[in-house]
Structure formats: C-alpha cells, structure tokens
Design a binder for this molecule. Sequence first.
Ligand SMILES: *Cc1c(COP(=O)(O)O)cnc(C)c1O
Length: 469
Amino acid sequence: MKYVSTRGHAANQNFTDILLEGLASDGGLAVPEQWPRITRPKLDAMRDLAYPQLAFEILRFFADDFPGAELKRIVERTYTREVFGTPEITPLRTLEENLHLLACSNGPTLAFKDIAMQLLGNLFESVLAKQGRELNVLGATSGDTGSSAEHALKGKKGVRVFMLSPNGRMSPFQRAQMYGLQEPNIFNIAIEGVFDDCQDLVKAVNADARFKADRHLGAVNSINWARVVAQVVYYFKGYFAATRSNDEQVSFAVPSGNFGNIFAGHVARRMGLPVRRLVLATNENDVLDEFFRTGRYRPRKTAETHATSSPSMDISKASNFERFVWDMVDQDGEKVAWLWRQLDEKGGFDLSTDRAWERIEEDSGFISGRSLHADRIETIRRVRKDYGVVIDPHTADGLKIAVRHREMRIPMIAIETALPAKFEATIVEALGEKPPRPAGFEGLEDLPQRFDVMGVDAEALKAYIAARS
Ligand SMILES: *Cc1c(COP(=O)(O)O)cnc(C)c1O
C-alpha cells in the first residue's frame, strides 16, 4: 500500500515512512492511494475473530511494509485485558433492541483515544529501535489527548514526551492523570496561559527547522494516519457484535471534534463494511454540522470557539476533515489544494453546487446534528433513568443525535468516547451525585504530581527541551 498527500504533490510513501510524520511536505495529509476492499468471504472469516486478530487483519492492509510477524506481536501486546479491562476490548452494551453503546473508553485514561494511542506507542518503539533513532514528542493538550499520549509513551525506549497544558485549567482528574506520572521520559509543562498559547508555542518551536531537526521533534496529533487506522478496527468489532449475519446493516453515531473517529468509520464503510449511516454529532461548536446540512465549510476563529461541557469536542477546525473532502472530490489533490487556499484567503468554501455534494448527500451515509448543554444534561438523566447506565457528556451528545436518526430494524451503535468519571462536575449537575469510578482510580488526585510551570516563551521552551534531550 502506497500513500499520497491529499494535496497531490508528495511522493509515494510507505506506512513506516508516514508513521512518525505530521503534515506531508505540500501541507496535505497522508492518505492511501486506494481503499482496500474486503471481499464477502473475507468479511465472513473476520466475524468471529478476537480483537487482536481482527486488528491484525485490518492493520496489515494498511501497513504491508511492516513485517507481519512483528505487527502481530505488537497488536497482541497492545489489545489485552490488562490494558483495556475486558477481552472484547470494545464491548457492546445493549440499551434496548437495536440501540447500543460501543464501549471504547476502558483504556488507561478512560477515553477512546487510548485505543489508537496505545498501538502508536508500541509501533513507535519498534520503528525507532529498528532505525536506531530517537524521537522527542512535543504536544499541546487541553486534557484527553495529552494524557492518552503520555500513558502510551511512558517508559518507551527512544521516546521523550514534552506536553504543554494550560496551568490550572484542566479538571483535577485530568491533571492527576498527567502530572501524576513519574516516568523519567515524561515532561509535563504547565504554561501560564490558555490552550491556544500552548498550541502557538508548539508551532513556534516547530517553525525553527534547525531546532526541529537537531532535536528530532515529532508529534502524535490527531492527523496521524496510524491513529485513524487503529480506530477502523472497532467499527468492524461493533458491527459483528450488533448483527448475526453480514447481510445486515448498522448505523453508527459519533460525537465529533477533529473528525478522526468518524473518519475511521468512513474508511470502514469504504472497505466494504455494511454501514448504512454515519451520524455525526457536534456540540455548540457546530462547524461540521453546518457543513453536512449546507455544504458550506466555515471554520471558526479561536475566539469564536465555545468552552462547553463536552470539552474534547470544542474544536473549530477539524483537521481530519481534509481527508474526507479529498475522498469526496474524486481524490483530486489539486482541487483539495485549491479549496484549502480558499480557506486561507476567504475563511471558508462552499461545495453545495459541486458534484461532490451530490455524492456526500446520496452516497456517503453521513448525516449530522447538534447537541447543546441542556441536551447533554437531559440525555444523561434519561439514559440513567431508562437503562440504569451513566454516560459521559460526549457520549450524550452522540446518543442525543443517534436517537433522532434511528430507523426501523437497523441497529444504531453510539460510540462511547469517555467514561463519566472524567467529567464529575457535569454528572453532578445532571444526576445530583458523583459518577462511578473504575477500580484503580480511587484517590488519583491525592498522588504526588510532577510538572514544571513556564511562561508563554518559545525560547525558554527550547532551552528546556535542549537541556533534557
Ligand atoms: C477526542 C474526543 C472526541 C472527538 O473525537 P474526534 O476524533 O476528534 O472527532 C470526542 N469525545 C471524546 C471524549 C474525546 O476525547
């Protein structure tokens, strides 16, 4: 399998080449030259596979330059009951007939990002060892991504993590999950500013090409292709768990921010998984809902991004969306490059009169909706009352829109993207009591924490990294 850039120009590359990379050299994102197609006999043969075997069968389409035996060892080491709590890894919980939750958040940081990040940590370690290289991951987080990356990379050989977070602005639980790590290859830097200051610092340091090369800087952000591929697996797993035969169709509902999770669903559908609808839910930050209703894509400015009670979806520019647009404009890189120039010059683009729009409306299966704070609170209450299950605010956004788009006899699978324990304040508001905490997380906030505080100063940050790498 060869990879190209969504903007058409970058040379053909292998999976291993793009594994450690951020943007392609032309500013686009890596995408496979063509989608692998799963034949019916192959799909039948996959139905009863355990999670690691299923992951291996899917990953090896995309990572065919990776030695098979090693890939197998890596997925077997990654997807275990010890790390994810159950042998199913992403068990299906039935709420009522044809309405399910796919539990994707039982990893070390209680959010679905662990599914991809844990794999990425093991893939990185393997590739770096083989190439005799080192990597210094520099990132910014407002909560979930940073802790998921740190838990996946802690103690890994050849990797250091420098993670910026806004000082005093994360929940006590999120803070404890990151700052409580004592591994010497993890560096938490609390920046005296907001999340955007953290992100600007990462950009400023990366803009120094010399420093970036000398210090082997890398990223594990949401555009990483391996993360998308890892997420394709649980769409297959969820489909098999909710159906009896491969003649049936299902729909998925996905609370979305950077469009990484639901794009993995799109990939599964393109590979031939019988997915009817991909229901995209946004919160108050509704750029994607607006696009799927109107054909107009208008990313918001940072100042227009609302801080909501489903904070991991507070995103105004959905980075993986470019991959979807590329696929819908017949994989025409020049057209994508032109559209993204419109974004820079005019702040948006409009596909409503383009051929691509017909395709999106008629063939893509995508449909969307927006859920507000009051909807989340109401959904959390109702799900507890009707089914005795406590869900987190992001999952509530997804479920709210899922229920609106249910169809007769088609199972609807809402993806559970985090556990409620991470968002105590909202659960208390909805239910009047604290959410349950999984075993092993009691007293998390009381453990010793390790972090350094720094001003918004790119030179100071560079000096900090240089002294430790
Ligand atoms: C990251 C995240 C999302 C959004 O997922 P995308 O892949 O960015 O669309 C939703 N819910 C939770 C809990 C998350 O951590």
